[in-house]
Design a protein. Structure first.
Lengths: 702, 431, 218
């Protein structure tokens, strides 16, 4: 019953999420980009976080960090416009004035936006545009100051207590995320300023040698190509006035360099979009680097090399200038194509381009997102079969359910495989990747059980798990909002262990969770008195079998993890929180088996223990990463403690329900240990009840 | 335990049934369930305690102890530590799963699996008591010093006091070691320990041993000038005294301190009643040792509070250290060291996941430094070294467990399928 | 039968284990362990007083050889440029002081100077002037050596012969940081670190603050 309500709520949320936000139009008109142009742009390769990826991926995650979605919706004069991430990025890069007017910043808490002096919208769902914030007096300054102070506090280890308290203040949290979103936007909007605007120095003033610049501004490419001559003039005593102008120009150039990105700086700033001049070099180059090397750091190269470098670098700057200054004209596509071809051809030569096309395909397919609607449809059909159980109609529908589920699962598996291929390593290496894998393996396990059992119970479970798992994946992706295809830390770069230990343990996790999920059916059947004794017997058998299966994988996976650790850094077992979590799951399952063998628990006990194992698994999977300690702490997520407590509370409540069945469902207890059993049952019941209250309280307090 | 032993010796009449009852209990499911539940609870409490205490101290308290006290819902409860629980579990497993279980060739799975678990528990015991581990820091060779060669490792978490005797050239002849086990345990107010050895012509009294006087930032808030120390009631020597500082979560940042008094020997197991020299010693760094020194009959001796060190049976030299970053980031993609075994000239390449093994020691590429090094700075490689007789046992134990469990569950699955097939056929027949 | 003997012996073993860990109050403890000294470990410094033994204990990554540090501020560039920037140099030196943060120094950046990212050597780092030919930076060198050694290091960078100890002592004093430093002003041909050619007409101005003992005491 609860599952049904849960699922309906999920669907409703989904529909609701689709109708996300419309906000006040600050834009008079919006001309959409030609889809052909967008396609070319999307396919341009960029190197980010050590990996070559298509512009489309970069755009998507950038937008997600600001807007929590891969798409942008806004209204222009009553007309609803939908824009993809790549189109938005193009607006930022090539039409920044327009981009600044687009409502993209999501601020849920009106106190946050009020704290910097911007008038809050009537509905918190209406997004804010950059112009709104920057036009409010001192708003940007206030934002920088407050977040700067917070940043300093967080760095200072003396102020640990204060900074923890400060981080819990929702206004501070909101300000920090707003500031980072604003930063992201700013670099995108300013990235090509140098190409578009040029430098405000009319070089013609200094000497007749220099041509008159356009509108009093020199192009950066011209400035850089005449750099030596300019310095000469500045050195001469007559050039004193010129020097001041040049200094100003240099400052501007430096600032543009910074926004256009420089080599060797750890940065999410700007696009490393040019393949390096040397084929041996792995690091791709940002436009700012070109500027830097053609000006301030010129003398680091010999004269010969300087000429070669200028020959290679200047045309790129010229290309960007051509591109950014011809946005409205029909020659834009020519410029874009020329630039893109140059980059793509070089990438192909360096044999780095193969994965780009694959990734574009992966992005387009969005396999994980496709699987979800199919699971939902399967669920709807399943719900219909409950209307008339046993009839021919429902039996036909069941085949439909099976078909949808299988199709969705195949899509899910294909998505996982595609990711593996893209990165050339086994499927799980980040916390995000555990979610689709665990979902897929739990669903497959259910289908296998269904194949042997054919009672429809496992099939129903598979659909539920599919829906919940994929929904969780979607939400987590947004929360993380970083490219989920990451390159690995040095210590993880071992395909063998990644393939064995990690996969083993995740299969163990999925079986443990599955066992708990199926056990819910028993408990509800018991408590609400629905379903036959046979039904409950089947369920218990399933739970027992799944737990055994899970124990095998969890135990082997845990010990394999220790063997890996031992081979890598000489410590088999370090009592690391994640290791402890996995150990706890194994112990829980072993207790279940031995208690049953010793006759201390029967059917009801098995199912209740399975729910406990589910809680332990959730703890091990998610909670330990929140403890911020230990080796496995590269899976940090903030802000999920609330949901964890909710899950614990729900499961404790389920256990309480189950234990209450002890009293009024099975009053006919035989045996001389009756007194002891009652004591235990009562105490466990009270314990479970108390824990439910405790977790609800903790959730409310977070 | 002692009670039951005396019970056994009490009356011969009761011996048989009591022993039988004990045997039943220690090999039974009930004990297994109790022990496992305790283990589960302890693992949970230990994990949560790590947030406050740090990994090392939480492990000490929960996982390496016999007993501990824990506050649950405001009530202080005495619990057995994981060490004790594991020992009992070992007993219970042996008796219950091996000795007492139904042995049959048809169902060997669980027997094998339990054997594997026993093997791993044994490996844990051996590793805990007999492991020697430490770190070796080797700088890139630059021709001016020998910091690229070493044959010593020093432990990052344990401290010992080394008593060294010097020869006439001022070099160390021999080192006696007061190890962490002898320095460990609780040092109550005013407690002291006397250390002797027949080859040492004096007795060393160590008093006021403090586990930590440093904070995490390289400062020593526990080191006080004479006045302040006197005010706080600490002993003052050479104008300084020490007081305890809460230990850091990361053990490497802790710096211990102690007072030592030297009592000269005047005969067999007889020592002077007044110390000839006394000093305050604080933990020193292995790369710049500055011990407390004194002379006894023209022979120089030193007492050094240092990180626990082991001398390896071989020496290593770093030839070259390579580091590769992920392009465009500052995260290391891969780093490795080319080392030579000095005495034999054997060259080994040590990298992540590919350690060097020699003479029972394993050398792993652990990390590198210094932090924040710019291109061109002299780097060092940090190798984690460990000597563990039970090194490969868990691996073999895993295989054994996996095989045993797979056999068992496959057999169970088949019998289940046979039964359900039979029952389904019976259903179909009866329809 | 066998089983019972086995179990009894196991119980006894466990009992022994328990007793082994018990703390027996002894009059003395026998030192049992020993080791041979390593062949490559640095020789310990003998005969030190407690103050010398204590020293600074930095984080585990660095290994300071001595607890003495020296401070330098140095400005270098073409002669005319440097002469023009003298007043700004003074302003900078005056505003440089010990403060919060890591490393623990605070200063005010003079106008028209560009702040450059610090390195492990240069805590405060600026450049200025056309072509950024003028540089000024503040350095803290652990175990930094004596006044004479550093002065001559600078002089050789400027292509000048070494100074004598008397000349070094005769240098004017200037208040700097928390004490007095020696003010150096020299002209010559500058050949910086890693440069292939020397540049003529250069000037170097700096202040050397000699070694200071630093300890972590209250």
């Amino acid at each position: 019953m609860n599952r049904l309500i849960k699922s309906i709520r999920v669907i409703l949320c989904f529909v609701f999420a689709a109708a996300l936000t419309f906000s006040a139009a600050g834009i008079e008109s919006y001309k959409k980009w030609d889809p052909e142009i967008v396609k070319i742009f999307e396919a341009i390769p960029v190197q980010e976080e050590g990996r070559l990826k298509p512009m489309q991926t970069v755009a998507r995650y950038k937008l997600m960090r600001i807007n929590n979605s891969k798409r942008l919706r806004f209204e222009v004069g009553g007309e609803k416009i939908k824009v993809s991430a790549a189109e938005w990025l193009m607006d930022c890069l090539f039409r920044p004035e327009l981009a600044k007017k687009m409502p993209i910043f999501k601020v849920n808490n009106p106190d946050v936006i009020g704290a910097i002096g911007v008038k809050p919208h009537s509905s918190p769902r209406e997004r804010y545009s950059y112009e709104e914030i920057s036009s409010a007096p001192d708003a940007m300054k206030r934002l920088s100051e407050r977040t700067g102070k917070l940043g300093e506090m967080m760095e200072d280890s003396d102020k640990e207590e204060e900074s923890k308290a400060a981080r819990r203040d929702p206004v501070n949290v909101g300000l920090l995320s707003l500031k980072s979103a604003v930063n992201e936007f700013e670099w995108a909007a300013n990235a090509f300023n140098f190409a578009r605007d040029g430098i405000a120095v009319d070089l013609g003033e200094a000497s007749e040698e220099f041509k008159k610049a356009e509108g009093g501004k020199s192009r950066v490419s011209y400035f850089l190509s005449e750099f030596d001559k300019i310095i000469e003039i500045a050195r001469k005593p007559e050039g004193q006035e010129f020097v001041a102008k040049i200094s100003a120009a240099f400052n501007l150039l430096e600032r543009d360099m910074a926004t256009a990105g420089v080599k060797d700086r750890v940065s999410m700033i700007s696009l490393a979009m040019f393949p390096p001049i040397s084929d041996d070099d792995e690091e791709w180059v940002k436009p700012g680097y070109l500027i830097e090397q053609l000006s301030f750091r010129k003398n680091e190269l010999s004269v010969e090399d300087q000429k070669k470098f200028a020959q290679w670098a200047l045309p790129k700057i010229v290309a960007l200038e051509g591109l950014t200054r011809n946005v409205e004209s029909p020659s834009f596509v020519t410029y874009l194509k020329a630039l893109s071809d140059g980059i793509v051809d070089k990438a192909k030569e360096r044999e780095e381009y193969r994965n780009i096309e694959l990734e574009l395909l992966n992005n387009r397919l969005g396999l994980f997102h496709w699987a979800l609607p199919f699971y939902i449809m399967a669920f709807i059909l399943l719900a219909l079969t409950w209307l008339g159980p046993g009839s021919k109609f429902s039996r036909g529908l069941t085949y439909g359910v099976l078909g949808m589920t299988v199709f969705a699962t195949v899509a899910l598996i294909a998505g996982i495989c595609l990711r593996s291929i893209l990165l050339g390593r086994p499927p799980i290496s980040t916390l995000y990747e555990t979610i689709p894998f665990i979902t897929a393996s739990a669903v497959i396990l259910c289908l296998v059980i269904e194949f042997f059992d054919r009672k429809g119970i496992a099939l129903a479970c598979s659909v539920m798990i599919g829906i919940i798992g994929l929904f969780l994946a979607m939400r987590f992706e947004i929360k993380e909002a970083r490219d989920t295809l990451k390159v690995l830390e040095a210590v993880l770069r071992s395909n063998f262990w990644l393939g064995t230990h990690v996969i083993c343990i995740n299969i163990g996790y999925s079986a443990a969770i599955l066992g708990g999920v199926i056990a819910h059916l028993f408990i509800f059947s018991c408590f609400f008195n629905v379903g036959s004794k046979d039904f409950r017997k089947s369920v218990t058998r399933m739970v027992y079998g799944v737990t055994c299966f899970g124990l095998l994988f969890a135990l082997v996976g845990t010990v394999l993890g220790g063997v890996w650790a031992n081979d890598s850094w000489g410590r088999f077992w370090g009592w690391d929180p994640k290791e402890n979590g996995a150990l706890m799951i194994c112990i829980g399952a072993i207790i279940l088996l031995h208690a049953r063998m010793g006759g201390y628990i029967k059917e009801l006990g098995i199912n209740i223990m399975a729910v406990l194992i589910l809680m332990i698994t959730v703890f091990s999977w998610w909670h330990v990463n929140q403890l911020e300690t230990g080796l496995h702490s590269y899976g940090f997520t903030s802000g999920i403690m609330f949901w964890l407590f909710i899950v614990y509370a729900i499961e404790s409540a389920v256990m309480t329900l189950g234990l209450s069945c002890c009293f009024f469902r099975f009053p006919e207890r035989k045996g001389q240990l009756r007194g002891v059993r009652t004591v235990f049952s009562v105490s466990f019941f009270l314990l479970a009840f108390i824990f439910t209250i405790v977790f609800v309280n903790l959730a409310v307090l977070t | 335990m002692t009670d039951t032993e005396s019970e056994i010796h009490k009356g011969s009449r009761k011996r048989k049934s009591l022993l039988a009852k004990l045997y039943d209990f220690f090999s039974g499911y009930l004990l297994a369930v109790i022990l496992l539940t305790l283990l589960l609870a302890l693992t949970y409490f230990g994990t949560m305690a790590q947030v406050e205490l740090g990994l090392y101290e939480a492990s000490e308290k929960y996982f390496e102890s016999f007993f501990l006290t824990e506050k649950i819902a405001g009530v202080t409860v005495l619990l057995p530590g994981v060490y004790l629980v594991s020992a009992l579990l070992f007993l219970n497993l042996t008796l219950g799963a091996i000795v007492r279980s139904r042995k049959s060739w048809r169902r060997p799975g669980m027997l094998i699996a339990h054997g594997g678990i026993l093997y791993i528990l044994l490996a844990g015991f051996v590793a805990f008591h007999y492991t020697k581990e430490g770190n070796m820091l080797l700088y890139e060779p630059n021709g001016s010093d020998v910091r690229h060669q070493s044959d010593e490792i020093y432990n990052l978490t344990n401290w010992s006091i080394e008593v060294a005797k010097y020869d006439s050239d001022g070099k160390r002849e021999f080192i006696h070691v007061i190890g962490p086990d002898q320095l460990g345990g609780a040092w109550n107010e005013g407690a002291s320990r006397n250390f002797r050895n027949s080859e040492i012509p004096f007795q060393i009294k160590v008093s006021g041993y403090l586990r930590n006087i440093a904070n995490g930032k390289g400062q020593l808030p526990g080191l006080l000038s004479g006045e302040k120390a006197g005010d706080k009631g600490a002993r003052v020597l050479e104008g300084y005294g020490v007081e305890a500082v809460p230990t850091n979560k990361s053990m490497e940042f802790n710096l211990p301190a102690a007072y030592v008094d030297i009592y000269l020997s005047v005969g067999a197991n007889q020592f002077e009643s007044e110390p000839t020299s006394s000093a305050l010693i604080i933990g020193s760094e292995p790369l710049s040792p500055r011990p407390f020194t004194f002379s006894v009959e023209d022979v120089k001796w030193s007492v050094d509070l240092t990180r626990q060190r082991y001398t390896l049976p071989f020496a290593i030299e770093l030839e070259n250290f390579q580091k590769e970053d992920h392009p465009g980031t500052m995260r290391a993609r891969e780093y490795s060291s080319d080392v030579i075994k000095i005495d034999s000239g054997r060259k080994v390449h040590i990298s992540m996941n590919k350690p060097m093994r020699d003479a029972g020691y394993t050398l792993y590429q652990a990390s590198w430094g210094p932090e924040g090094a710019r291109p061109g700075d002299r780097l060092y490689t940090s190798l984690a070294v460990s000597y563990n007789p039970a090194d490969q046992w868990p691996k073999y134990g895993t295989y054994v467990i996996a095989i045993g469990m797979t056999i068992h569950f496959v057999q169970k699955l088949f019998s289940y399928l046979k039964r359900s097939n039979r029952s389904r056929r019976r259903e179909e027949d009866s329809e | 039968m066998f089983a019972r003997i086995y179990s009894l012996s196991l119980i006894l073993i466990l009992g022994l284990l328990g007793s082994v860990s018990c703390d027996r109050a002894e009059e003395y403890v026998e030192i049992k362990d020993s080791r041979t000294p390593g062949r490559f470990s640095p020789a310990p410094q003998l005969g030190l007083s407690f103050k010398d033994r204590a020293g600074i204990t930095s984080s585990s990554n660095s290994s300071p050889e001595s607890s003495k540090v020296s401070f330098f501020v140095k400005m270098i560039g073409p002669k005319a440029l440097i002469d023009g920037e003298k007043s700004r140099f003074d302003v900078f030196c005056k505003t440089l002081k010990v403060g919060k943060g890591n490393p623990p120094f605070e200063w005010t950046k003079p106008d028209e100077w560009n702040a450059v990212e610090g390195t492990t050597m240069r805590i405060a780092n600026f450049n200025f002037g056309p072509d950024k030919k003028g540089e000024c930076y503040f350095t803290v060198l652990p175990g930094g050596g004596q006044l004479l050694a550093n002065l001559n290091r600078w002089r050789s960078q400027m292509g000048l012969p070494d100074a004598t100890p008397e000349e070094a002592e005769a240098l004017p004093s200037r208040q700097f940081l928390f004490g007095d430093g020696k003010y150096v002003e020299i002209e010559g041909s500058f050949k910086g670190f890693g440069a292939s050619d020397a540049e003529d007409g250069y000037k170097m101005i700096g202040i050397i603050m000699p070694e200071l003992q630093i300890g972590g005491l209250k």
